[in-house]
Design a binder for this molecule. Sequence first.
Ligand SMILES: Nc1ncnc2c1ncn2[C@@H]1O[C@H](COP(=O)(O)OP(=O)(O)OP(=O)(O)O)[C@@H](O)[C@H]1O
Length: 255
Amino acid sequence: MLRLDAVGRYYGDHQVLHDITLTVPDGQLLCVVGPSGCGKSTLLRTIAGLLPAYDGTITLDGTPVRGVPDNLAVVFQDYARSLYPWLTVRENVALPLRRRGLPRAERRAEADRILARVGLTDTARRHPWQLSGGMQQRVAIARALVCRPSLLLMDEPFGSLDAQTREDLEDLLLEVHRTDGATIVFVTHDIDESVYLGDRVVVLSPGPGAKVVLDLPVQLPGTRDQITTRGLAEFVALRSEVGRAVRNRPSPSGV
Ligand SMILES: Nc1ncnc2c1ncn2[C@@H]1O[C@H](COP(=O)(O)OP(=O)(O)OP(=O)(O)O)[C@@H](O)[C@H]1O
């Protein structure tokens, strides 16, 4: 379980986050949305232990986060810079296992297993620069999953992809989440994406000093599907509620 208790974060005198309190149960897919520049990436990097100095407390499975925890993986938007161009796809994916000292044959088997899951078996011997943007982001996701993290943090991972590729990767993420059951915190500026993916959506207010202004469970029926789910009345209602909170507009009915 991930817990944030009264978390605040400054850059110099500039307060970015104010009094963020959240509990993310094991296995939840939490989406964080908010206006541009409100502090979504800062929140994610603080949870990841990449920005260590903060007010309040963050604990992962009861242990305070003071550096990057072992059982955590992060996927950023900029896949081109997060993969090593001189390594093959398989070597990129196996890298975290190498750092953990796994023997070569095991690293290879695990990397191939996870590449098959993300639909990239045929690319194992190619280099990242030989792949499309969507395929490179699949490699980055595979590398994040290879150590079976209990917490996966994703910072606008599909933000620079075309619409069709983005939908394919959203569905891949839902499938991975359904089968692996990792806790996921997913930052996006896309309101539709947050409702489509999330078990829960948290909206941050505009900065400085962003706080949680909406914490919404997403209870959509059945397995999600790009066409059917997005057409449901429940989906449209949730999207409107999140949209109003992001834009700081009260509902027309005053509710
Ligand atoms: N390293 C830094 N030093 C100083 N200020 C920073 C730093 N990184 C971010 N900021 C400032 O902190 C605020 C929050 O930035 P952050 O990137 O977390 O927002 P965001 O919600 O993720 O933005 P976007 O949606 O545009 O990606 C912004 O005002 C930004 O200018």
